[in-house]
Design a protein around this ligand. Structure first.
Ligand code: ADP
Ligand code: NA
Length: 332
């Protein structure tokens, strides 16, 4: 009995990648036009779970907001805002820190990957990241969350937090949110290592395609992408055990809005020497207009700030009563 509502967010932790575009932003835009209320956040509180230069963070925040808008998010149709401007996120996260269990957090693969071998030296915020994420979502009673595959486990934890809260406090106040992980590119892999995801948070991976790369850079990165010597298959099952080939076909399918099978019907039998230039041309055609619009928007930073402030006011109008009601339920 919850009104359908979409929420998602991206960290302002560096330049947007093709993975963020295909796995998240492009799908945010599709959902905006589906008639349901859509709320999209720049999650700066998440970004600082690892070190962010305070001189750079404001620019990264504005650049992500510009990326949202340039890709087609309309600040009139969607609520676009920056997380730290709505204090209720941190307030609800604290409640959820008291609902979630240490063992749940310890099992998160993103925690294990990002903390690495030196867990004792990771921030407490990095460990509690999924609890803040649950707060982001449940603060709006969001029912649907479009994300890439890497966020699946965190969304399961969001459901566990809502279930435990509802159970412990004998209520049905929080909805059990559905992840929306759809499309051909729910996990875009690194172009130099088909076993690692492409991520803006991994500065060591120079092969990643940034949304602001120029045409030559995109073409060069695709040309250099790791592949195998075989021709492309004409059916999807021919991509099994060929992670690099599969990744490039997935990217092509997502960019051209076709299925894997449709792509392979056209390119099956081709060598990568022929397919890579086709993919580069497609990527440039899709990304260039977005990156030039981002650049234009970044000329007027005051306007971006104005949009984010307006979005924060609209977000707070939904969030404040939900936090208040949560406090009531908890007995505060
Ligand atoms: P990153 O890992 O690039 O720093 P975030 O953690 O800010 O990205 O995630 C923002 C959104 O982009 C999430 O929905 C995430 O699932 C999605 N995303 C990130 N990387 C990829 C990828 N390589 N392929 C598909 N989706 C991705
Ligand atoms: Na991520």
């Amino acid at each position: 009995a919850y009104t359908p509502r979409v929420f998602s967010g991206i960290q302002p932790s560096g330049g947007l990648t093709l993975g963020n575009y295909l796995g998240a932003i492009k799908r945010f835009v599709e959902m905006q036009d589906s008639g349901v209320e859509t709320i999209y956040c720049v999650v700066d509180l998440h970004a600082i779970t690892v070190w962010q230069d305070p001189e750079a963070l404001p620019r990264q925040t504005r650049e992500l907001a510009a990326g949202y808008i340039a890709a087609g998010l309309d600040p009139e149709k969607s609520i676009l805002f920056n997380q730290s401007q709505v204090a209720e996120h941190a307030q609800l996260a604290w409640i959820f820190n008291c609902v979630a269990r240490m063992g749940w957090m310890s099992r998160m693969t993103q925690w294990k990957d990002k903390a690495g071998k030196n867990q004792q030296n990771a921030s407490l915020g990095l460990f509690a990241y999924p609890s803040l994420m649950a707060a982001d979502i449940l603060l709006y009673h969001a029912t649907h969350v479009p994300v890439g595959e890497d966020q699946k486990q965190h969304l399961e934890l969001t459901r566990d937090i809502a279930l435990k809260f509802n159970h412990d406090y004998k209520t049905d106040f929080f909805p059990i949110t559905e992840p929306v992980i759809e499309g051909a590119a729910t996990r875009v892999m690194s172009l130099r290592d088909g076993s690692k995801k492409m991520s803006k948070s991994d500065p060591s991976d120079a092969s990643r395609i940034n949304m602001t790369d120029d045409a030559d850079t995109i073409a060069k990165k695709i040309r250099k992408a790791k592949t195998d010597p075989d021709a492309l298959p004409s059916e999807a099952k021919g991509l099994e055990d060929r992670p690099e080939a599969r990744n490039l076909v997935n990217i092509f399918a997502a960019l051209s809005e076709s299925s894997i099978d449709e792509v392979l019907r056209d390119v099956g039998g081709k060598q990568f020497s022929e397919f890579k230039p086709m993919l580069a041309e497609l990527a440039v055609n899709k990304l260039a207009p977005i990156s030039s619009e981002m650049e234009r928007l970044m000329q007027d930073q005051a306007e971006i700030d104005r949009i984010l402030r307006g979005g924060a006011a609209r977000a707070r109008a939904i969030a404040a009563p939900i936090l208040q009601r949560t406090y009531d339920i908890v007995g505060m």
